[in-house]
Design a protein around this ligand. Structure first.
Ligand code: ADP
Ligand code: MG
Length: 260
């Protein structure tokens, strides 16, 4: 991978919580326009890695380089967001009493800074941008709905749309399909593909079936460390991965089958 195509690098990142090593010497290199899946058993450190990248958690050692030069671990969360790293947490943060369109509008205005946002009137281009975004997240018929009245999946899409309006170059998503119906999960997969055509995306995921549907690169973490990286096929063939993650899942599946 040439250094030019790399947008984000975690270098030997370690995180401790009261002496507990949550992440140890983690390395991650993300290319421009890449859709990367970060998987691993519960407690592997996946969410913590996203927290470090977006500045919510400060590592005890290691670096996070954005665009090869900007060191993110010394910056505040809002600065990192302004630089172009968007983060979606597990619970959606939308304004439930506002409409879907109003939620999108607020997000678009935020991107311009407070003063500009207060002064600005919506131009025709702005309106088109909001409409395009509404369509991309599949809510074109629900622009006037109160956001609080959306389904769980639709709320997640709305938040993704709000993040996209801030034009991040890197988008971090933590278990975006958790709690979604099969249909919503499928639609989310399509949406992620579309997003990754223009931006780099890191998706923390638990649902192996969902990850299997993508041909992209997979990073496996275990007990705070990088265990394996490769295509889903390579990762599945790895004996250590099978032992700590896939194997365990398979055993669980077998158990559920035998008791069914
Ligand atoms: P994952 O997302 O892979 O399930 P996490 O990154 O959430 O894992 O957590 C990694 C480890 O760090 C877990 O053992 C978890 O209990 C611990 N941990 C995460 N956040 C905190 C925190 N704020 N304080 C103490 N321990 C934490
Ligand atoms: Mg997590």
């Amino acid at each position: 991978m040439s250094s030019k195509s790399v947008i984000l690098q975690c270098k030997e990142v370690s995180v401790e919580f009261d002496g507990f090593k949550a992440v140890t010497g983690m390395n991650l290199e993300l290319a421009r326009g890449e859709l990367r899946f970060l998987i691993g058993p519960n407690g592997a450190g996946k969410t913590t890695v996203l927290d470090v990248i977006c500045g919510k958690v400060k590592p005890v050692s290691g670096k996070v380089l954005f665009q090869g030069k900007t060191e993110l671990t010394r910056r505040k969360e809002h600065q990192i967001a302004e630089l172009g790293v968007g983060r979606k947490f597990q619970a959606p943060s939308i304004f439930p009493s506002l409409t879907v369109m109003e939620n999108l509008e607020i997000s678009m205005r935020q991107q311009r800074g407070l003063l500009a946002a207060l002064r600005a009137r919506m131009t025709r281009e702005d309106e088109q941008r909001l409409k395009d975004q509404l369509q991309m997240i599949g809510l074109e018929r629900k622009g006037a709905w109160r956001a609080g009245g959306l389904s769980h999946g639709e709320k997640q899409w709305l938040e993704i749309g709000m993040l996209l309006l801030q034009e991040p170059q890197v988008l971090l998503l933590d278990e975006p399909v958790a709690g979604m119906t099969d249909k919503e999960t499928h639609k989310t997969g399509e949406l992620l593909r579309q997003i990754a055509a223009k931006r780099s995306v890191v998706v923390v995921e638990h649902d192996m079936e969902f990850v299997r549907n993508f041909a992209s690169k997979v990073t496996v973490m275990h007990e705070g460390r990088l265990l394996r990286e490769g295509t889903m096929e390579e990762v599945q063939r790895d004996a250590r991965v099978a032992e700590v993650y896939l194997g365990k899942r398979r055993v669980e599946l077998d158990v559920s089958r035998s008791t069914a």
